[in-house]
Design a protein around this ligand. Structure first.
Ligand SMILES: [Mn+2]
Length: 331
């Protein structure tokens, strides 16, 4: 699986789970190299979103892909991304989201190209990898499961979420990628320490300031959300619509809306307007299947947490489509 004389490209989801998955992959990769006594030319790491995976693969495929082993983490495969990934020397694909393609298609790619899939429903991609590769990091698996399902209870899960959120709040674009790569390497080199003692040692004065700034900003944003949220009722379903002009962590929206006087909400729609697109996020307080809403817009994810990216059309058309769908549901 790990051909050490090739370079490796890791593409992972730009969130806590994606970062930890990449740290685990770094470690697996290094161990494989030690055993073979070979050195990999280099390992490149890219953070992206499900929507931008296709673009990232296209950009990378334009360079000499045959030299590279590709590894994709915490991002679900589509027909198009599978086709592009097949161009690389070899592919290792690990993901825990609901599949959008059927098993026959996957089997075809696995048979035709050097592609290894491990796609299974786990609470986090991190716990999937820890189980699959028998890594034994039970605390890390548990913390990332809590983060990825927005059920944070442990202090270390909350701390790691704050660290990654603070990075994403402080940096953007290529600089964010560079900073997250450095953080991933730091974590990869200290997995035992994290498993036994958590993340406190990572926090220096500079990072603490970033976390404090992020938390202050988040409090203001949460107040805005509570003031501007639109609540609607469709049949017996309660719907909360939040429109944003600047991204903010969706867990923070879901959590503050849980204290709203009309909570719990069956459907939470977060609509973030960006220059060239609109990011849609769907969450629920009541286990309502919001994956079907993301699918309406060509997106994916989990049944209780999903998303899609659409062209910058008027909000009206998006909200209309969601309401129309909910109206037609039988209760
Ligand atoms: Mn994940």
């Amino acid at each position: 699986m790990f051909l050490a004389y090739h370079s490796m490209i890791i593409i992972t989801h730009c969130d806590e789970d994606g970062l930890m998955s990449a740290a685990l992959m770094y470690t697996l990769n290094n161990n494989a190299q030690d055993q073979k006594n070979q050195k990999r030319n280099k390992t490149l790491l890219f953070f992206t979103s499900p929507f931008l995976l296709l673009k990232r693969l296209l950009t990378l495929a334009y360079k000499n892909v045959l030299k590279h082993d590709l590894c994709i983490l915490d991002l679900s495969p589509t027909e198009k991304t599978l086709c592009l990934a097949a161009l690389f020397n070899s592919v290792t694909w690990l993901d825990h989201h609901e599949l959008t393609i059927n098993k026959m298609q996957l089997d075809y790619f696995a048979k035709m190209f050097k592609m290894n899939f491990y796609l299974a429903k786990f609470k986090s991609n991190t716990s999937l990898m820890i189980k699959h590769f028998n890594l034994g990091f039970t605390n890390i698996a548990n913390w990332l499961d809590q983060i990825d399902t927005n059920a944070v209870q442990h202090k270390q899960a909350e701390l790691f979420r704050s660290i990654v959120s603070a990075y994403k709040h402080s940096y953007a674009g290529a600089v964010l990628n560079t900073e997250l790569v450095a953080l991933t390497k730091k974590i990869a080199n200290n997995l035992e320490r994290i498993e036994n003692h958590g993340f406190d040692w990572i926090i220096d004065e500079e990072l603490q300031n970033k976390i404090d700034n992020f938390k202050d900003w988040l409090k203001l944003k949460q107040q805005e959300v509570m003031q501007n949220v639109k609540v609607e009722k469709i049949n017996s379903l309660k719907l909360a619509i939040v429109k944003l002009k600047e991204s903010m962590p969706v867990y923070a929206i879901t959590n503050c809306l849980a204290t709203h006087k009309d909570a719990p909400f069956d459907v939470i729609v977060v609509l973030t307007r960006k220059p060239k697109s609109i990011k849609l996020e769907f969450r629920t307080h009541t286990n309502f299947d919001v994956l079907q809403l993301a699918r309406l817009f060509g997106g994916g994810g989990h049944k209780v947490a999903s998303g899609a990216t659409v062209k910058p059309i008027h909000d009206f058309f998006i909200i209309f489509k969601i309401k129309e769908f909910l109206h037609k549901l039988k209760h």
